[in-house]
Design a protein around this ligand. Structure first.
Ligand SMILES: [Zn+2]
Length: 446
């Protein structure tokens, strides 16, 4: 096994060390070429070429994750592009091209998977498409063999520019003003993969100047931000969210980012810090912006603390943008269809949604599919947002311990809050995405 024994490679990546791989044609074709070269080149070279080729394709296709799976006698490679998995390779497995061992070594694992299950997580960095890309690797033993998932962390894709995340002009102006408050707490909510970490980073980057001390507590630290003090939570060593926060407060902070609030201690320290001259950003797990308040109630946070520290909240999701090369024009859905769609909504909300969909002047698109978008009809993603700003009415309802639906109704009525669905419909009206995509993404919330 001296062959694979070079663990250094995985642990201390040397960007620019390896020769660039020429990526032409499909991954399928590239794999066939390598299979043909079997016996003429050392197995290790073929495995290195194949893993490089997969990663180059992944970056080129803007994949966020690469799944390498053993499916009986087959090797299957899938990419997650714009949130959806796609088959890239499904061919007979080749024992002479030890792909998984190669990736295991890159990740800093032993070349062969452990005989009994052990949680394996590793990472490496590689020059791909001319830039350093970080790859996080996770291994999982299935009955068919090992499954590897590679998370591709491409900083360039991330952008981190608040103007680019998909906020419309009004919401952007409001948020830019809000994040310049000297104190208070601002919440972001959204499911995993909703882009909320990107938005948090974009906000920090937007306000970052040498004149303020910005400290973050994260788990994990996904990207390094210049000029910002980032710390990694470690439950093992006792550096928990609450402990980390107490430490941060002795570090003369102006702005604090708490990766996630999920318990009373962290919530209470955060909200109190927000009352005593600090500006905090954090994420919390709920399905929409108004339900953050109920979530804090459940944790045991007193209503007055929520009402006096909270600046507002944004909920977000990522939607796929319709492919500009092949999208086709579409007419608005008929009124009976819309009536059916809104029938279970709160009456006020139903009225607004119906008006938004049917109002003349929309340029609705419907997806088709072309080689450019790999026949999916979509290309790239953008955010949809639900921005709730604190006001007197909402504050009063918090003190009354009002449930989520009441707060939501008030936010729509008095705060002009646009729900995720409403914001999504506006993006569909503008032809950025399709109505079916908006319904797919917000379906669980209607
Ligand atoms: Zn297309």
């Amino acid at each position: 096994m001296a062959f694979w024994g070079n663990k250094q490679e995985g642990e201390s990546p040397q960007p620019g060390q390896q020769a660039a791989v020429q990526v032409t044609g499909t991954l399928e074709e590239g794999y066939e070429e390598l299979v043909k070269a079997k016996g003429r080149a050392p197995a290790i070279d073929l495995a290195i070429k194949l893993s490089d080729m997969i990663l180059e394709h992944a970056v080129r296709e803007r994949a966020s994750d690469v799944h390498i799976e053993s499916q009986g006698p087959n090797l299957r490679v899938r990419f997650r592009v714009d949130g959806i998995l796609q088959d890239m390779l499904n061919s007979p497995k080749n024992a002479d091209i030890p792909l998984t061992q190669r990736i295991r070594v890159l990740a800093g694992f032993d070349p062969e998977p452990p005989t009994s299950f052990r949680n394996e997580e590793g990472r490496f960095q590689k020059m791909l498409a001319g830039r350093a890309i970080q790859v996080r690797v996770s291994s999982f033993p299935t009955v068919n063999g090992e499954k590897l998932v590679l998370r591709v962390l491409d900083r360039q894709q991330l952008g981190l520019d608040l103007d680019q995340v998909g906020l419309d002009q009004d919401a952007l102006t409001l948020i830019k003003k809000l994040i310049r408050n000297p104190y208070g707490i601002f919440f972001i909510t959204g499911s995993t993969g909703s882009g909320k970490t990107t938005s948090l980073y974009a906000m920090l980057k937007n306000i970052n100047t040498p004149m303020i001390n910005i400290i973050t507590l994260e788990d994990p630290v996904e990207y390094r931000l210049e000029g910002i003090n980032q710390a990694q939570i470690s439950a093992k060593t006792g550096f928990t969210w609450a402990e980390g926060l107490r430490t941060i407060l002795r570090q003369d902070p102006d702005v604090i980012m708490v990766g996630e609030i999920r318990d009373f201690d962290t919530a209470e320290i955060s909200l109190r810090a927000a009352l005593t001259g600090h500006l905090l950003f954090t994420t919390i797990h709920t399905i929409n912006a108004p339900s953050i308040i109920e979530r804090l109630f459940e944790m045991g946070v007193p209503p007055f603390l929520i009402g006096s520290s909270m600046l507002g909240a944004v909920s977000q999701r990522l939607v796929r943008k319709v492919c500009p090369k092949c999208a086709q024009n579409a007419s608005a859905p008929s009124e009976p269809v819309v009536n059916e769609f809104v029938k279970n909504m709160d009456p006020d909300e139903a009225r607004i949604v119906k008006e938004l969909i049917l109002k003349p002047g929309a340029t609705y698109k419907v997806e088709k599919g072309c080689p450019e978008c790999r026949n999916t009809g979509y290309m790239g993603r953008t955010g949809i947002f639900e921005l709730m700003l604190m006001n007197e009415e909402i504050r009063k309802q918090i003190l009354d311990h009002a449930p989520t639906d009441v707060i939501k109704r008030t936010a729509i009525k008095t705060g002009k809050m646009r729900t995720l669905l409403m914001d999504g419909i506006l993006k569909a009206r503008a032809g950025t995405t399709t109505l079916s995509e908006i319904i797919r993404v917000t379906a669980t919330m209607v």
